[in-house]
Design a protein around this ligand. Sequence first.
Ligand SMILES: [Zn+2]
Ligand SMILES: [Zn+2]
Length: 136
Amino acid sequence: MKIDGRCHCGYITYEAEIDPGQVAICLCTDCQTLTGSAFRTAVPALREGFVLCTGQPKIYVKTAESGARRAQAFCPECGTPIYSAALGEAQTFMIRVGTASQRAELAPRAQIWCRSALDWVMDLKLISQTARQQTP
Ligand SMILES: [Zn+2]
Ligand SMILES: [Zn+2]
């Protein structure tokens, strides 16, 4: 399916062709740090199906424990993560699903790096829920 997305400030916008069956959650510790959260949700797009419409992302090169190096692209203005990709002529872009306009339709089908997951994240239903921001 066709998706479009943007960073929080709107400097970066993109369009992509993705398979909604390939949306996955990554619970690895790098994703925890890079998102400032407990996990990341991403979906792959092939090079020919991914178009940066506006803006130029800043690239941070992450070196994994395995030694593998990957480009982490984010908005230089607002810091929103946009995608990760191999260095050089990447063939696949792992798009950060939270930036897609269609994210409500992109429910994850798989969770990876579960051994690194924070205990509580596997049971979010147990945590108190409020429809909007909690009043102090
Ligand atoms: Zn931005
Ligand atoms: Zn990860």
